[in-house]
Design a binder for this molecule. Structure first.
Ligand code: SF4
Length: 316
């Protein structure tokens, strides 16, 4: 892409030429340009990372330092140079973590066997983890393809409504458990996918590993897995769509049954409410969003299935 690419940031209306920009406007327009580069399919590097690399670039720092003293023509050529630097950094990831937090915003880690001690020693609280059960659809972080899990996975929670890891501090952009971060976070490198791909061949942590000494709980989880399978829910939704809503009762029955199972067994076994998603995985009511619905409950307990948004498999 050349500096006069259509994604070039637009200067403010009262200051169309870089010649008249104060240094703050230069900074704003650089940020706008980096953001615009996000639309470029050839751009592989997250914008946060581009900005960090750019601000550490000696050539960019030199432009910032000298900008106020440059004449108009020199500013125009310095601006073109900055655009070139931004494009360069948008394509070339430095082989080092600059702690921009972008990986942590794009998803939370899936846990491996060696992460069990982080849970056991309390570095990662139990309620910060949930189960993705066998048969649920997920996106491969390496191929971006959708696939159905052949075995379960345990994952750190994301912040509600986002893919951002629960442990990413919003203000400082630092990991709140950095010294005790899971293996996947240690292996992840945005400049080299190989270590994370290698790690994906290592055994994943499952609920069976965590609760191996609690036989009754294992039996109850297995029963829940048998009676409340994802493929049953998927079939019921697909039937409902094919019948144009006539067979909604089947979906509602599954939602009610699964909810009853987890609530009843949770109370009976004394499972804290905030750990039910670890023990039983995501509820059918939560999974309904993958089919484009949400479940509302009326004051009298009646369940309503409400079209919510485009169906999509969560990257969870
Ligand atoms: S645990 Fe820490 S390093 Fe790992 S994704 Fe979350 S915030 Fe990032």
């Amino acid at each position: 892409m050349s500096p006069d690419h259509p994604f070039v940031a637009q200067p403010p209306a009262d200051a169309q030429s870089p010649a008249s920009w104060p240094v703050d406007v230069l900074r704003e327009n650089v940020l706008a340009y980096v953001e615009a580069l996000r639309q470029d399919p050839e751009n592989r590097v997250p914008p946060e990372r581009v900005v960090l690399q750019l601000t550490q670039d000696p050539d960019f720092q030199a432009v910032l330092k000298t900008w106020d003293g440059l004449d108009g023509a020199s500013r125009v050529s310095a601006w073109k140079k900055v655009l070139g630097l931004a494009e360069h950094h948008a394509r070339e990831v430095l082989p080092a973590c600059v702690m921009c937090g972008e990986c942590c915003r794009m998803g939370s880690p899936t846990l491996h066997m060696d992460d069990l001690e982080l849970l056991q020693k309390g570095a990662i609280p139990w309620e910060a983890v949930y189960a993705l059960r066998r048969g649920e659809p997920v996106h491969s972080p390496f191929k971006k393809d959708l696939f159905f899990l052949l075995d379960e996975r345990l994952k750190v929670r994301e912040k509600p409504g986002t893919k951002e890891c629960l442990f990413l501090d919003g203000e400082s952009r630092r990991c709140l458990i950095y010294a005790d971060r899971p293996l996947q976070c240690r292996a992840q490198a945005c400049w080299d996918p190989a270590p994370a791909e290698d790690l994906s061949k290592q055994p994943y942590l499952t609920r069976r590993d965590i609760f191996k000494d609690v036989e009754l709980l294992l039996e109850v989880m297995a029963e829940h897995d048998r009676r409340c399978r994802f493929d049953q829910l998927a079939a019921a939704f697909s039937e409902m769509e094919a019948s144009k809503g006539a067979s909604v009762d089947r979906v509602l029955h599954l939602l009610a049954y699964e909810d009853h199972f987890r609530t009843f067994m949770g109370e009976k076994l004394g499972i804290p409410a905030d750990q039910l998603e670890l023990v039983f995985g995501r509820s059918f009511a939560c999974l309904a969003q993958l089919f484009g619905y949400r479940v509302d409950t009326e004051p009298d307990g009646t369940r309503l299935l409400v079209p919510d948004r485009e169906p999509s498999a969560e990257n969870r």
